[in-house]
Design a protein around this ligand. Sequence first.
Ligand code: SF4
Length: 325
Amino acid sequence: MTKTASPAASLNKPLLGVSACLLGRPVRYDGGHKLDRLLRDGYGPFVDWVPVCPEVECGLPVPREAMRLVGLSGPPRLVTVRSGIDHTDRMRNWSAKRIARLERMNLDGFVFKSRSPSSAMRDAKRYSAAGVPSAKGPGLFAAAFMEHFPMIPVEDEGRLNDDGIRENFIERVFVFRRWKALRSGDFSVRGLMDFHADHKLLIMSHHPARVSALGSLAASARPSGLEPAAGRYQKLLSDTLRLAATKKKHTNVLHHAMGYFKKRLTPDDKAELAEWITRYHDGFAPLAAPITLLRHHIRTFGEPYLERQVYLYPEPAEWMMKNRV
Ligand code: SF4
């Protein structure tokens, strides 16, 4: 049997929001940019971007006075550093309108600029009234975005330099896209169960026990209660995928997959596959190496359970983004 395509290979490019300065646009307070080559050159060929600069789009000029978040209890204010002008209401009002427009665009993810009082997803400094940096939190636009779209995968460009975090973000983007594709069609109990069946190994790579927990949620769904069941499934899936997929968990998944045709492999083939799994585990080979070998054996012997696994057959763009950058 020949495997030719992943379970969702026909989808278009992911549509990702991005802080505009990260793509090299000169929109920062000092007229500069913060070009991130990983985003522009590594991800660029595989995604469509929606650049967003909250400070310029809400009507502030370039260059402009630098701002910071002020206030440690309750929502912070967005205030200029030198002259103390408060732009909080301007930013909040603009954010609500921009978020409504972004909702219509149906984004698959967002990459935020770290440390920005407008765009950071977690690490903008918050100052006390006396001007002392005493805490960290999201920037005003990023906070509004994440509150409105709790299921959209988000990351910041600084964290994407970590291999594990980068792969996790890419994976969440593609899973989210497939989920939306499922929901936009003729959504049914069967569709939910098929979605779960396609993602079992991927879920296992994050939290083995969640395979059956999510499977139970899917199996217990009834046509009359499909919406709430789907909501519960998506929430647990999203929480699960945020958990790190460690080398140990990946190795467990690879051995699990190997077990499906262990008896059909020659001793040499079995030893070779086991060796590549060990090399991956020990840090001497990328995950793509044992997965490619597994795919070869699946092509030779055929195995319906493995053939449908997104973990082994990600979309080509997902495969490239994980393994090229
Ligand atoms: S961090 Fe955000 S607000 Fe600041 S320049 Fe970049 S996109 Fe604009």
